[in-house]
Design a protein around this ligand. Sequence first.
Ligand code: ZN
Length: 403
Amino acid sequence: MTLLQNKLDRKVTPTHLKQHNEALILREIYAHESISRVNLAKLTHLSRPSVTELTQGLIEKGLIAELGPENVFDKVGKKPTLLAINPDAYQMVGIVLNNTSITASLLDLRMHIVGQERVALNDITSDALVALMIDVVERTLRQATRPVLGLSVGTPGIVNSDEGVIHLAANFAWHDLPLARILTDRFQLPAYIGNDCNYAAIGVQRFGAAQGVDNLMVVEIGDGIGVGILADGRMVQGSRHAAGELGHTPFMPLEDPCICGQKGCLETLVTWWGMKRHARQFIQDYPDSILARLAQNHEITSTILCEAYAQGDPQVIALVMRAATYLGRALVVAINLLNPQYIILTGSLLTFGDSFVDRVRTTIKQNTLPYITSQIEIVANGLDDRSILFGAGAFLLERELGL
Ligand SMILES: [Zn+2]
C-alpha cells in the first residue's frame, strides 16, 4: 500500500478533528495580540460552543490565558473577555551554527530571547562538533525556567528536515548525520534540524521584514551559494532535500572545475574561493597591477580583493561585476521558475557594496519580463541577525503546536 493510500484510508477520528480545531484556534490566538471568543468563532467558522470548549482546554493546558474585557464602547451589555497566548507556557532552544560559532538561545513562545550561550569554533568538525553542540545546549537548558518544548538547529548543508538528518555539510565533515535523533536521545526533547537559508526564509516571513510574504528567496553568497525558498507559504526542500543548490548549476562559458566535481558551476565565479582563483591568475598576467602590489607574493585574502576593488584595479572590478552579472542571470532562472515577491541578498560577498548589488538588480531587470520584475523587491542585507534563530523557533512551533 502506498503512503498516499494509507493516508486516504485512514479515518478522521473525533480526536484528530479536535486536535485540528484546537490548532486552528491556537493559530488565530497566536496571530493576534489578544482576541475574543466571538471573533475566534467568526475567523475559524467554528461554532460558539466549540470555541468555548476548545479555549477552555487550552487554558487548562496553560497555553493561553484570559485577559480583561475588551474595550468596546459602542456596545451595551457584557463585554467579551479577551484571550491571549501565554508566552511563558514553554521555552524553546534555537541553535544557530555557522563556520565560526555555535549560538544557542532560549526563547519564549513570542520569540523573546531569555537566555543565550555562544562558543567559537576553531576548526572543530565531525563528532567533536556534535559534542560541543551538546555541551552548549546543556548549558542553555540550565537557564530554562519553564518546561522546554524542544530544540531546533539551523545549519549550513543539505538537510532533511522531516527526518532531522544532515546529508551533507562539507565544512563540518558531516555525512548523513542523524542530529535530531542524537539530540533527542541526549535531552529527551523533540529536536528539529533545518538548512540555515531555509530557516532564515521562514524567520523573515514570520517575524522579520517580509511578514506575510508567501513567496520569497533568501540568497546567501560567500564561501558558497545558499538559497532558501518559500513558495506559496511553504518551505521548499525538494525530493532529496537539495532544493536551492543553485551554486552548482553550470553557466556557459564558465569552465573551471568546481569543488563538487562538475565544471563551470556558478560557484567557480560567485564565491570567495572562485574569485581568489581568478585573482591568482591576474597576478601572473598583470604583475604590476594594484592587486599584485597589495598581495606582495602572499596568499590572496578577501580583504586584499576588497582593497584592490576599492583602489580601482581594473581586472578586479571587471571580475566583481562579472560575478554580479552571473548571479543576476542565475536568479533570472529562479525567478522565472518561482515568481517570488521578495529576494533577500545576504552574505559576505556583499562587502563589494552597492555597485555589486546594483549590477545584480540591473541584470535581473534587463532579462526578466517586466510583468514579473515590476512586483519584485530585491533587498540587500535584509536579514536580521536573528532570522535563522526565529526560523528555527517558528519551525519548532509549527511541528509541535501546529502554529
Ligand atoms: Zn559545483
